[in-house]
Design a binder for this molecule. Structure first.
Ligand code: FES
Ligand code: FES
Length: 184
């Protein structure tokens, strides 16, 4: 029996989108109703982008869309036509963690890790706009990202530490970076 991906109806219309995901050019036919988060996860197998609520509440699905942090459950795949999309898979360079990943690790900015990809992408989006944010600015940027485990203190400390490292070394600033997209 043939199975269909989520959000792809049996007789649904299709629309071709062209975009760049983690540095790799993509051209795919999608249903107009398909959400960007499902395109990333179900089509491209980029499952680091999590789905916590599907209603824009939790931030687990946060990615960079043309450099801006967005909740990818609030964006249709067709709206990303022509865009540059970066997911958490783009952060590490080979075996080298991005400073935000290293800081979350070093400062215990995670427990179960479910919220972490979205937290990190929201943080990277902030640091692209504001390389040296205050703690208040970090908290404000991350207020749309919910964590059930950590109490946020270590997350804020991790973002501050990553910001300091990126400013002092330049590592990760050009980013987020090179390819990491996997194909179908
Ligand atoms: Fe997108 Fe929760 S899954 S905000
Ligand atoms: Fe568990 Fe954030 S580390 S939800």
């Amino acid at each position: 029996m043939k199975t269909f991906l989520r959000n792809e109806g049996k007789h649904g219309m299709r629309q071709t989108i062209k975009l760049t995901v983690n540095g790799a050019s993509r051209e795919d036919d999608v249903e107009p109703r398909m959400l960007l988060v499902h395109y990333l996860r179900d089509r491209l197998n980029l499952t680091g982008t999590h789905v916590g609520c599907d209603t824009g509440q939790c931030g687990a699905c946060t990615v960079l869309l043309n450099g801006e942090a967005v909740k990818s459950c609030m964006v249709l795949a067709v709206q990303a036509n022509g865009a540059d999309v970066r997911t958490v898979e783009s952060l590490a360079q080979g075996s080298e963690y991005h400073p935000i990943q290293q800081a979350f690790w070093d400062l215990h900015g995670l427990q179960c890790g479910f919220c972490t990809p979205g937290m990190m992408m929201a943080a990277v989006g902030l640091l692209k706009r504001n390389p040296h944010p205050s703690d208040d600015e970090i908290r404000e940027q991350l207020e749309g990202n919910l964590c059930r485990c950590t109490g946020y203190q270590n997350i804020v400390a991790a973002v501050r530490t990553a910001a300091d490292k990126m400013v002092s070394t330049g590592v990760g600033t050009a980013q987020s970076v090179a390819a990491g997209a996997s194909g179908e």
